[in-house]
Ligand binder design. Structure first.
Ligand SMILES: [Zn+2]
Length: 234
């Protein structure tokens, strides 16, 4: 089956890649402040039923609390720990919770295989919501990256013609960032280097992703230095 390139859907997914990465870090950082519990325990306590089991399975597979948090957990976790933690982080603005639900609903819609591209104005609104939320959690570089994605949506003339996507893949893209050198290498999820990665990488180096496209992986990594596609995965 040929996969077609839908520019609005791609823009939304690129924004989600950045959003997912930063929100996971934000949530874990905040939940580490729950008294007497690790972030892992705090999450397990509040996720219900199938989600709780899914989280445990993710954790077993990835070895990382951050990587095990599905985007669908964000609203519940923020809501459950609103009074203890997040109300303070968001200065008591409850509408943040509604915005977060709207973003996650849009993500679930975009995850379905589309018969046509998403509506440009809907995508613009959601990408704007994502940029604003990234600003609220103090990720100005990521906010800017998402605003650039949004601004590319503004002009209809910039839409490429519908054609098979050169860089979209079902399997996802992972990035290995070497922090001392600031060099990031993009790998496909099937890459043996990714598969053999240590559950706890050295503190100076880390894997992040998966991103749904090479463009998303680049956008999420470019603030941290040079980004290249790994030779083993070309
Ligand atoms: Zn590779």
């Amino acid at each position: 089956m040929t996969e077609y390139y839908y520019p609005n859907k791609q823009a939304l997914n690129d924004a989600f890649d950045i959003f997912r990465y930063d929100m996971r870090r934000f949530i874990v950082r905040c939940l580490n402040r729950v008294e007497g519990k690790s972030a892992e325990e705090a999450i397990k306590e509040k996720l219900k039923g199938a989600r709780s089991r899914e989280f445990s399975n993710n954790l077993y597979r990835t070895g990382s609390v951050e990587e095990s948090i599905d985007i669908n957990y964000f609203p519940d976790l923020i809501n459950e720990y609103w009074t203890d933690i997040f109300r303070q982080e968001f200065r008591g603005e409850r509408k943040v919770k509604n915005t977060l639900r709207t973003i996650v609903d849009a993500r679930n819609e975009a995850a379905h295989p589309p018969q046509k591209d998403l509506d440009r104005e809907d995508v613009r609104s959601r990408v704007t919501d994502i940029a604003n939320l990234l600003g609220r959690i103090k990720e100005p570089d990521s906010k800017q990256a998402v605003e650039r994605i949004r601004d590319r949506l503004s002009s209809p003339r910039q839409d490429p013609p519908v054609s098979p996507a050169p860089s979209t893949s079902r399997e996802g893209f992972h990035v290995y960032t070497d922090l001392p050198t600031g060099m990031s290498k993009i790998h496909k999820a099937s890459c043996r280097y990714y598969k053999n990665r240590k559950p706890n990488p050295l503190p100076d180096n880390w894997w992040h992703g998966p991103y749904s496209s090479e463009a998303g992986a680049r956008a999420a990594s470019q603030n941290r230095g040079r980004v290249v596609f790994a030779g083993c995965c070309r």
